[in-house]
Each structure stands twice: as structure tokens, then as C-alpha cells.
Write a protein that binds this ligand. Sequence first.
Ligand code: HEC
Ligand code: HEC
Length: 266
Amino acid sequence: MNRSRHFAIYQSIPVLALVWLASAGSAYAQAVNPLQSDPRAALAGGTIFRAQCATCHGADAKGLETIDAPDLTLIWTRSGSTEESVFRTIREGIAGSIMPPHGFPDAEVWMLVSYLRSVAVEGTTDRIAGNTERGAGLFNDNCSRCHRVDGTGGSLGPDLSNITRRRPLDALFVSVRNPSASIARRYKPVAFLTAENERVQGTIKSEDAFSLQVMDSNQILRGFTKTELTDLTRDGQSLMPAFEVNMLSESELNDILTYLQSNHDR
Ligand code: HEC
Ligand code: HEC
């Protein structure tokens, strides 16, 4: 990595010069982030992240469609993931992958750790107390045609394996009762007419200036040239139906979520 470029970025954040001077050279791979209680550390880490990591992990740390690097907002939801282990991954890189080692001063690596903490996704921490068996049956009847769990099911919607680790309980309820309230990345709805006058509805998988890749409602991945499409709308409703209480009672939904939570204990 280019050392002088790195320095220039660093010096463009005057607030941080202080933090750095205070801890440079001293904080040698401590188990606990020495900058934990400094709110500026996450901000500074964000600046370093966007300069050094975003090309692979995305500017918001959630990953990019085009590069096979993980969504870093989810790393804390895995058991065994500690600030020290994340520090070490950043410092040493991951052998056999394109994740490079980074020879930054310790203080900067800790700033990156602080930043990654600040964007961490919160999962469901409580045990959901419903009926797993009934939940599995209800899931098969209502959800699995669009969602995979443990490798089986449809793919119009996102894979729901481990979803309770990645989403808080209230967000899961909203996703089922009111799917259009917040639409998952890479599942933005789209509808249009093709040159052959076929009406297509689906989710946008990727897009550039000229073309559009869409998972259509029959779960077939298709590519289109934009100039051939007419009547294109993107801000429509989610392709997931809203499951109101008369379709799926509160206790039935609870059973489904219990099943989804149980599925990552296996
Ligand atoms: C050239 C692309 C690239 C760059 C630049 C890069 N990474 Fe990575 N990173 C990856 C890839 C690919 C992986 C997954 C490697 C694997 O597990 O096989 C990864 C994995 C990681 C992990 C472990 C994730 C997990 O699931 O445990 C962390 C943490 C991480 N990167 C942080 C960073 C930070 C912070 C930076 C910037 C200082 C950075 N990376 C720069 C490509 C990159
Ligand atoms: C017709 C297909 C379809 C059916 C049936 C369906 N879903 Fe979905 N689901 C989707 C799509 C598409 C998305 C992504 C767009 C969005 O977020 O609304 C989604 C999103 C979700 C999400 C949010 C995922 C995330 O990453 O936040 C959850 C949770 C979910 N569905 C649960 C369920 C459950 C539980 C059922 C059954 C009761 C169900 N879905 C039935 C298509 C479907």
C-alpha cells in the first residue's frame, strides 16, 4: 500500500492526530479496543475504511455486488468474533484470499474496529418461545416457495438461514406484516414491458447504464437491454405478500420465527 497516500488521508482529519499521538506505539494488540469509549474513533475509522476497504467491502461495509467480499456489518453476529480477532484479521489479512494484510499503526486498526462496531447489525437476542415443529410446517406452506433455509426453497426472496441472528425481532415482524416498509438489498422490485410486449415483474439483481438483470416472478434470472423496455416502474410494492393477522396469526408467526431461530442451532 502507498504509505504517503495513507498519511495524507490521516492528516486530513485533524481531530484524529491527537488520538493517534496519544496511542501510537503503545497499544500493542490489546484484547480490548483502547479507543472503545472515544466516539471520534468510529468516525475516523469510517474515513480510513472508505479510503482503504470500500473498493472491496463497499462504502457502507455491506459488500458489493461485483466482488465476493463479505458484508462486514454481520461479523459480530457470529459467535467467536471478538474485537481482538477482528483486529488480527485486519492486521494479518486472510491467507489464500484477496483480503490483504494491513501494516497500519495499531491505533488506526483499532479505529477500523470501532467503525465496524458502529455499523454492526443487531440480531434477535432473546429466545423466541413458539412451537418449532408447527413453525416448520407453516414455513413450508407459506414461505419456502420464495425463501431458502439450509439450502432448500425458492430464491425470489433472500435466504432466511440464520436470519434471526441478523435481524432484531421487531424488524422480522415488520418484514412479514408489511414487507414494503423496508426492502432488502438486491431485492428491489421492478416491473416493465419488454420489446415483445411481455409484462415482467421481478427483483433487480444488478444494473448498469445499459442493462438490467432481473429475477422474475417465476424465479428465472434474466437480462434485458434498457432501451428495449417500456413502462418501467421501480418503486412498487415488495414481491412478498403482506401477511396480515387473518392470514397468519400472531402465534403462527411466532412459531415460524421460532423455527427460523432453531435452524441455526443445528
Ligand atoms: C482486495 C479486496 C479487499 C480489501 C481491500 C479489503 N478486504 Fe477485507 N476481505 C476481503 C475478502 C475477499 C474477505 C473474505 C476472505 C475469506 O474469508 O476468504 C475479507 C474479509 C474481511 C474480514 C473478515 C470477515 C469475516 O467474515 O470474518 C474483515 C474483518 C475484513 N475483511 C476487514 C477489512 C478491512 C477493515 C479492510 C480495510 C482496511 C479490508 N478488509 C480490505 C477483501 C478485501
Ligand atoms: C412470493 C414470494 C414470497 C413469499 C411467499 C414470502 N416472501 Fe418473504 N420476501 C420475499 C421477497 C422478494 C423479499 C425481499 C423484499 C423485501 O424485503 O420485501 C422478502 C423478504 C423477507 C424478509 C426480510 C429479509 C431480510 O433480509 O430482512 C423476511 C424476514 C421474510 N421475507 C419472511 C417471510 C416469511 C416468514 C414468509 C412466510 C410467512 C415469507 N417471507 C413469504 C418474497 C416472499
